[in-house]
Design a protein around this ligand. Structure first.
Ligand SMILES: [Zn+2]
Length: 206
C-alpha cells in the first residue's frame, strides 16, 4: 500500500471515531464499542513498516501488531532487531508469523510445530517480552497448526481465510480484511462496519 493511501485510511478511522485497539484487547469481551473498534495488523515485518507506517501510527495515536518472520529479521528490506525493539517501545505489538513463512498445511506436524514454537521463542528471547499473537502465512492453517498454536501458549491467531465461527468462539482462526490501494472511503466504511465483518462484536461476558 502506498503511504498516501495508508494516511487516508488512518484519517478515515480518526474522523469517524473508530477506536484502534491492541489485538489482545479482543480477548476482553467487554469492549466499550465493539462495532467501532478496529485492530490493525501488518504481516511479514517489512522495513517500510518502520519507515512509513510507524511514524504515521504514532501521529494518529494508533497502535498496531506486526507479524514477524523470524528468519527474515535483519535481511534486506526487513525489520532489524533494533527496529523491532523501537517498535515495541513505541507501543506496537510484535507477533509471530513463523520462522520461514511456509504454507503450514503443506508441512508435516513436526515441521509445523517447529515453525510455531521456535519463532515464538526467538522473538521472546530477542525482545525480552512475551509473544502471544500468531499469524498463519498465506492464511493457511489446519487442525494440527491450531493445536500447536494453542499448546505453544499463544492467545490469538490470525488468518485471512473465512472461518466459522469467528471470534470469540475461534480465537485461533480470527479473520481479517485486507486493505489495499483501491480501498476508498465507502469501502472502508463497509469494511470497518460489523456487517462486512472485520471482527464480530465480542459477546457480552457471561
Ligand atoms: Zn505473510
Amino acid at each position: 500500500m502506498v503511504p498516501e493511501v495508508f494516511e487516508h485510511h488512518l484519517r478515515f478511522l480518526k474522523q469517524n471515531g473508530y477506536s484502534v485497539v491492541p489485538a489482545i484487547e479482543f480477548l476482553k469481551r467487554t469492549l466499550p464499542n465493539p462495532f467501532s473498534s478496529v485492530v490493525l495488523t501488518f504481516d511479514d515485518g517489512c522495513e517500510n513498516f518502520y519507515t512509513e507506517a510507524f511514524p504515521r501510527l504514532l501521529r494518529y495515536g494508533f497502535t498496531a501488531t506486526v507479524f514477524i518472520v523470524t528468519d527474515w529479521i535483519g535481511k534486506k528490506g526487513y525489520l532489524s532487531w533494533q527496529q523491532l525493539r523501537e517498535l515495541q517501545n513505541g507501543g506496537m505489538t510484535i507477533g509471530s508469523h513463523t520462522c520461514s513463512h511456509p504454507h503450514l498445511p503443506d508441512l508435516d506436524p513436526s515441521q509445523i510445530r517447529r515453525e510455531i514454537e521456535v519463532s515464538k521463542k526467538n522473538l521472546e528471547e530477542g525482545l525480552h517480552h512475551p509473544v502471544s499473537l500468531f499469524c498463519y502465512p498465506f492464511g493457511g492453517f489446519n487442525a494440527p497448526a491450531i493445536e500447536f498454536v494453542r499448546s505453544a501458549g499463544y492467545q490469538l491467531a490470525f488468518t485471512t481465510n473465512r472461518s466459522l465461527p469467528n471470534f470469540p468462539q475461534a480465537p485461533f482462526s480470527i479473520r481479517r480484511i485486507r486493505m489495499g490501494n483501491t480501498t476508498h472511503s465507502i469501502h472502508l466504511w463497509a469494511k470497518c462496519s460489523g456487517y462486512y465483518n472485520l471482527f464480530r462484536s465480542p459477546r457480552p461476558a457471561h
